[in-house]
Ligand binder design. Structure first.
Ligand SMILES: Nc1nc2c(ncn2[C@@H]2O[C@H](COP(=O)(O)OP(=O)(O)OP(=O)(O)O)[C@@H](O)[C@H]2O)c(=O)[nH]1
Ligand SMILES: [Mg+2]
Length: 444
């Protein structure tokens, strides 16, 4: 493990104009830096107004300084937080002075990495910090907060503890085969480890639901020119974002709009109408539209009664295609209120904003979107991989294996514990840590 306690510093607030800016310094023995910047370390945990001096000893700003003496700090090391007035200059000068006094610029995620290494948080919690910062909906922020508070980790740790106790018994059976182990038979063990296997599967289920929420959905709105794709995008987003005209071939570039559906981030792409054309600009638009289809999680394919040749374009697609018949106001058709028969069109009038709820409902039903935070964990791909590895290790006929080959059973339990330990960061390596923390923003 890397030795990490040299003083690091970073501006923790975003660049630009603002009321305040915060610089954070963490590391061992910050006295020298404190002396250079504002005389001496203030009393721990007391907000103290001090004059900060720069490299040339001239005053930079009057700032609130808080000193957290390790291990009672975010990183577990000594930490100083300096709150200057906002704007680019003061905070930049304080950073220069901190570096001149012996600190170095922190890498992205280095504060969180130190918190992890010093045992203040586990790896799941460290990742939750980044997820909280990245969250764009209240649902994902709430889920990240839960993981940060240790909700996910506790469930994993409880499973590890159960596996440990099963492992101890199996080892005893192996070491003392003749001795009676009261009340514990291979059947009991099998029941217990079966239950653990099921608990892991439930966790996978929750994680997969959460991962969907985390990643959001991307949906490409495609169809022939003039069918009302851009009108639909505007209605769904509640904003007048895309240009709408009666001229076919209006949209060329892809337009992206984010909307929130029951806490899920849905990214909509408006695309150029699909048709053969001589115009180079439009040709490029059509190429981009087709490209977007390959990247999307689902398609809204818009038709009208006049242009209903959907199969030609979406016949081979493996992603879900929601078929939308627009402009029903011109056909005298009604919005369908009955649950959709498979293969039926969603009948809407984008212009009159009718049938829009039907689109939301179809989407929520198909993707099983429900705001049930209790049944979700804001999981990353890495978490699901490790949970699956643990579930796979425990996927055997427990009773039979414990009877025939307790050694093999013990090994399977060890593999499962190892996977779960990798999940929480009990087992880790520099490469994995580098991969995780390098995606964090500077100052976190
Ligand atoms: N009557 C009626 N007209 C609509 C409806 N939706 C859209 N339109 C009209 O149809 C025309 C084309 O709408 P757009 O939203 O620009 O169609 P588009 O599919 O984005 O067209 P391109 O960008 O050219 O591919 C405009 O005049 C809209 O006002 C609808 O539900 N009913
Ligand atoms: Mg358009």
């Amino acid at each position: 493990m890397r030795q990490l306690n040299d003083p690091i510093a970073a501006v923790a607030t975003p660049a630009g104009r603002g009321a305040l800016a915060i610089l954070r310094i963490s590391g061992s023995d910050l006295k020298r830096i404190a002396k250079n910047l504002f005389g001496k370390l203030p009393r721990p945990r007391v907000a103290t107004l001090l004059t900060i001096t720069g490299v040339d000893k001239a005053a930079i700003d009057n700032a609130v300084v808080i000193y957290f003496r390790g291990p009672h700090s975010f990183t577990g090391e000594d930490v100083i937080e300096i709150q200057t007035h906002g704007g680019a200059v003061a905070i930049r000068e304080v950073m220069r002075a901190a570096c001149a006094a012996g600190a170095r610029q922190a890498r992205g995620g280095e504060f969180s990495e130190r918190a992890f290494i010093n045992g203040k948080i586990d790896l799941i919690q460290a990742e939750a910090i980044a997820d909280l910062i990245e969250s764009s909906t209240t649902l994902t922020a709430g889920l990240a907060q839960k993981s940060l508070a240790g909700h996910f980790s506790r469930q994993v740790n409880s499973i590890i503890e159960k596996l440990k106790s099963i492992h101890v018994v199996i080892e005893a059976m192996i070491d003392f085969p003749e001795d009676e182990i009261p009340l514990v038979t291979s059947t009991d063990l099998a029941t217990r480890s079966n239950e653990v296997g099921l608990a892991i599967k439930r966790l996978i289920h929750k994680s997969e639901r959460g991962a969907r929420v985390k990643d959001g959905l991307s949906i490409a709105i495609i169809g022939r020119p003039n069918v009302g794709k851009s009108t639909l995008l505007n209605v769904l987003s509640g904003e007048d974002r895309a240009i709408v005209t009666r001229e076919p071939g209006t949209t060329r570039d892809i337009l992206t709009v984010d909307i929130e559906l029951d806490g899920l981030l849905v990214r909509l792409y408006d695309t150029a109408g699909l048709r053969e054309t001589e115009s180079d600009v439009e040709k490029e638009g059509v190429r981009r539209a087709k490209e977007k289809v390959c990247e999307a999680d689902a398609i809204f394919f818009v038709v009208t009664s006049e242009m209903d040749d959907l199969d030609e374009y979406v016949g081979d697609l493996t992603i879900p295609v929601f078929k939308i018949r627009n402009k029903i106001d011109l056909d005298g058709l009604e919005v369908m209120l009955e649950p959709l028969a498979s293969g039926a069109y969603l009948q809407i009038s984008a212009k009159q904003e009718r049938g829009i709820d039907l689109i939301y409902t179809a989407l929520a039903d198909y993707f099983n979107i429900v705001s049930e935070p209790d049944n979700m964990i804001l999981a990353r791909e890495r978490h699901i991989t490790e949970l699956n590895a643990a579930a796979e290790a425990l996927d055997f006929n427990h009773r039979e294996l414990y009877q025939c080959s307790p050694e093999l059973g013990a090994e399977r339990i060890r593999v499962a514990m190892r996977a779960l330990g990798t999940l929480t960061g009990k087992y880790t390596n520099e490469e994995l840590l580098g991969e995780i923390f390098s995606t964090f923003c500077i100052g976190k």
